[in-house]
Design a protein around this ligand. Sequence first.
Ligand SMILES: [Zn+2]
Length: 93
Amino acid sequence: MAVNMYYLPDHAARCGFYECRNCRARFLDVKIAPRMVCPDCGKFPDMEIGPDEEMPAIREDAVLLQVIEGEEECERYDKLLSLAVTGGDYDWL
Ligand SMILES: [Zn+2]
């Protein structure tokens, strides 16, 4: 299992909570958008692709689940996600 670190800038007052429909990764980002490229599986679809081949489509598999408002809430989610990643058995939502 890939291990993600979830970094929000200090004192972020608002962030988006995303889940990837492809690999189920959950993450936070200060950028709020309906869909995002997954930081886990969406970065580099195929590094082997040659210059003459078609560019792979960017897959925006991560879907915004929730907008987190408030500095404390952002911090709380940041911690929960870190716990989930490090193997904490946490009941979500
Ligand atoms: Zn993914």
